[in-house]
Ligand binder design. Structure first.
Ligand code: SF4
Ligand code: FES
Length: 255
């Protein structure tokens, strides 16, 4: 997941056999010497399947290689390319120009993260919070650790946490969260969703450790259920529901 500052290879161009062009507005900002971001505008040829990421890479290849953008998989798997696209938190590789219904596309860095440069935000705090939630199965039972015994689960056991395991750590939920906008220390929907994912796992014995971690002043009770996190998630994860279910465990109603 490197920040790309070099000129991309030639296969990263947008196919140009179409007359349609859009105006791409890219927010430019370097915290080392800029006080505020400014927009650069570019005219980009597109086809109906062209993604927002491809238009940014077109700029880097043909017009201005200095634009900073982070991406890797180009298939909504790595979680690198989150940004605001016409004001809405989205994955650039997973958003087609044709679905935006606009000939002017504005791309800006995600809200609620420090900007490293242009479209690239700093995930240090999110990953550190994620780590604090102990995102792994905790179970010291010796026969399981040694591999002599299997972790058996029923389909119903798996159903309890499955959708939450689809999180790709893209940060879009934290970017859309109004509580994160006012409390930079809030655990956030990404971390809380992952805490629930493991608390709900029948193989796990770390429930009490995680519940203690989320039950603090910048923790689970700060959520006021705006629900934006679930609305913007590109993987169908429902962090708002996870937060409510996790509260259930804290109140003694956990399943
Ligand atoms: S819950 Fe969804 S929006 Fe939030 S980090 Fe995971 S995949 Fe991204
Ligand atoms: S480049 Fe991996 S999610 Fe977009």
């Amino acid at each position: 997941m490197a920040i790309t500052e070099t000129q991309p290879k030639s296969d990263q161009s947008v196919t140009t056999d179409t007359n349609k062009t859009i105006t791409l507005r890219i927010a430019r900002f370097n915290p080392k010497h800029d006080l505020a971001s400014a927009f650069n505008e570019y005219e980009i040829p597109v086809q109906k399947w062209t993604t927002v990421l491809e238009t940014i890479l077109y700029v880097k290849q043909n017009l201005d290689y200095s634009v900073a953008v982070r991406y890797s998989c180009r298939q909504a798997s790595c979680g690198s390319c989150g940004m605001r696209i016409n004001g809405y938190p989205r994955l650039a590789c997973y958003t087609k120009i044709s679905e935006l219904n606009s000939d002017v596309i504005t791309v800006e860095p995600m809200f609620n993260f420090p900007v490293m440069r242009d479209l690239v935000t700093d995930f240090t705090q999110m990953f550190s919070t994620h780590k604090r939630m102990k995102p792994y199965v905790i179970n010291e039972e010796s026969e399981l650790v040694s591999g002599k015994k299997e972790f058996l689960q029923t389909p119903q056991d798996v159903e309890k946490y499955l959708q939450f395991s689809y999180c790709i750590k893209c940060g879009l939920c934290n970017s859309g969260c109004p509580t994160m906008a006012t409390d930079k220390s809030f655990i956030g929907p990404q971390g809380l969703g992952q805490a629930y994912r493991y608390v709900a796992d029948s193989r796990d014995k770390g429930k009490n450790e995680r519940l203690k971690e989320v039950d603090e002043s910048h923790g689970i009770w700060r959520c006021h259920f705006a629900g934006t996190c679930s609305h913007v998630c590109p993987k169908g994860v429902d962090p708002a529901m996870a937060i409510q279910l996790l509260r259930g465990y804290l109140l003694g109603f956990g399943r």
